[in-house]
Write a protein that binds this ligand. Structure first.
Ligand code: ZN
Length: 252
């Protein structure tokens, strides 16, 4: 059986001398494992398309669960990501989360589109990583069924909670004085970072990226969003630790 898919490489593992095993997020088949035999050979027609974070039209052969990459035409390689260690680290983190939320045989075009959009904006430097990262994380959690409830304190009902916290287990907000009513881990927010979080979750399309925050509020937003992802998906991401190792903190 031969099929054509559009796919983003989320993971690439060297196999034998010249091959690669790919985890690919596709438009029609969800997550797929694909063998790219000979992809590392000089002049291979699948070399570019089998790189991490390459997006290509792929011709595959095989059958359920066993697919081989026969041919590929690259659509977007996000070249600029590959020459900036900080952007590449963040892109790798995005890929790792996408791999975690995606399933085989369950295509989700919106999740693929969000991933491609964020990689594109990151590669072109259209927005700072501090904005793209929480937008990606929070929008992805909404698409994956973990939309946080940010309207007001989930305990006392206060619309603008004082020194707000995000309850990571329930995805709800509470005031500092109500925190003991909700067991479990929490992330500290503030009025500004909560406002930005509400904007990201409710904004239409690309307007989600249009906001600005003072540096301390931005850091709180970044930490809360990543801790929320980690709690929802019940895992830590090594690529995120690497991102913080290489990250250049913007001057405030
Ligand atoms: Zn309260």
């Amino acid at each position: 059986m031969v099929k054509t898919v559009k796919g983003l490489v989320l993971r690439e593992v060297p196999y034998k001398e010249s091959s690669r095993i790919l985890t690919v997020l596709t438009d029609t088949d969800g997550k797929m494992t694909v063998s790219a035999n000979g992809a590392k050979r000089r002049g291979s027609k699948t070399a570019a398309a089998s790189q991490l974070l390459a997006y290509s039209e792929m011709t595959l052969s095989g059958s359920r669960g066993r697919w081989y990459l026969n041919d590929a035409a690259t659509i977007e390689l996000f070249e600029e990501l590959r020459i900036d260690i900080c952007s590449l680290a963040l892109g790798t983190y995005f890929a790792e989360i996408l791999e975690t939320v995606s399933n085989e045989d369950m295509p989700d075009p919106e999740i693929l589109r969000l991933g491609l959009n964020c990689l594109y904006l990151l590669s072109k430097g259209r927005f700072p990583p501090e904005i793209i990262k929480p937008v990606f994380e929070l929008r992805l959690m909404c698409l994956a069924g973990y939309e946080p409830m940010l309207e007001g304190c989930s305990v006392c009902g206060e619309a603008e909670p004082e020194r707000p916290l995000l309850d990571l287990e329930g995805g709800a907000v509470c005031c500092a004085s109500c925190r003991s009513a909700l067991p479990g881990k929490k992330a500290e927010l503030c009025a500004d970072s909560l406002k930005a979080m509400r904007h990201i979750v409710s904004a239409q399309g690309a307007s989600a990226f249009s906001f600005a925050l003072p540096a301390p509020a931005m850091e709180r937003l970044m930490r809360a969003a990543e801790e929320y992802v980690s709690e929802c998906l019940e895992r830590r991401f090594r690529s995120l630790e690497y991102y913080y190792d290489v990250r250049i903190v913007p001057e405030s």
